[in-house]
Ligand binder design. Structure first.
Ligand code: NAD
Ligand code: ZN
Length: 249
């Protein structure tokens, strides 16, 4: 980003303006977490869409769990990257800042972001498939899929699957934030998974300035005011450097 050219962009970041950041799998790519649509998205021969849905779970709960246990193991070994830490700094620099994530990997929390709207749940948590009660069951498949102590239903990962609704409260908070935003930054998301994908468009319709950071073009690119084609772990720290330059001048 050219500093002088984008002085106005940086000013949009400053308080009291409302800043909203929406993150997707691309933000965790530099930590070594595979995205769904990258070449590493496949597990065995399955695509995420085939496994991350309620029908697959009803038909083959152990297979779906096997995939999630593989992802849990992977995520337990990774660390937040410069993109996650940059988002912690941005939260500290503007008290009118909201972070919305589609990621389920807990890395924003681990990095130190305090207020996070998790649209798609959290990979490390469990709940009951039937009654939704959260569960701390230690899932090991040797004894089959554990059952809910409340209703006997199957325990599932506490994430939102394809074809399922988002947690109502989280999505409502996300919509309100998008509606109120002056600057909306979409980072590392393909913009293909609804309804999260609609949030930047909602912000744009309300007059927000839209920045997209992605290594590839997406359906949002042509609608954004500024497209930064770069890796999130480089572009976000760079953005902070430029904000600091503007503040100090
Ligand atoms: P996606 O896999 O559909 O898209 C990832 C996007 O990130 C792509 O547009 C890609 O071009 C971009 N990207 C890849 N590397 C990047 C980098 N280094 N810097 C910037 N951009 C980069 O992911 P999505 O849009 O988040 O949506 C898919 C769904 O997948 C979500 O529901 C999410 O819950 C789930 N998911 C989560 C994780 C995670 O928690 N880390 C990982 C994979 C999938
Ligand atoms: Zn139950």
């Amino acid at each position: 980003m050219n500093m002088i050219e984008n002085k106005t962009v940086i000013e949009k970041f400053l308080y009291p303006n409302k800043v909203v950041v929406l993150t997707g799998a691309g933000v965790s790519a530099a930590s070594g977490v595979p995205t769904f649509r990258g070449k590493e998205g496949l597990w065995k021969k399955y695509s995420p869409e085939e496994l991350a849905n309620p029908r697959a779970f009803i038909a083959q709960p152990e297979l779906v769990w096997e995939w999630y246990l593989w992802r849990r193991k992977l995520i337990s070994k990774v660390k937040p990257n410069f993109a996650h830490y940059a988002l912690v700094d941005l939260e500290e620099m503007n008290s009118n800042f909201t972070l919305i994530t589609q990621n389920v990997d807990n890395l924003h929390r681990e990095a130190g972001s305090t207020y996070i709207i998790e649209l798609h749940g959290n990979l490390m948590k469990n709940r009951c498939f039937d009654c939704n009660k959260s569960s701390t069951a230690d899932v090991r498949l040797e004894n089959g899929v554990p059952l809910c102590d409340n209703c006997g239903g199957l325990i599932r990962p506490d994430v939102v699957w394809f074809g399922e609704s988002l947690p109502l409260q989280a999505f409502q908070s996300a919509r309100i934030a998008a509606n109120e935003s002056d600057l909306f930054i979409s980072v590392g998301t393909s913009g293909l998974v609804e309804p999260a994908a609609s949030l930047p468009f909602l912000a744009k319709a309300r007059g927000a300035y839209i920045i997209e950071i992605n290594t590839e073009e997406t359906p949002l690119t042509s609608q954004s005011d500024l497209f930064v084609q770069d890796s999130a772990d480089i572009a976000l720290p760079d953005f902070i450097k430029q904000i600091k330059l503007v503040i100090n001048n």
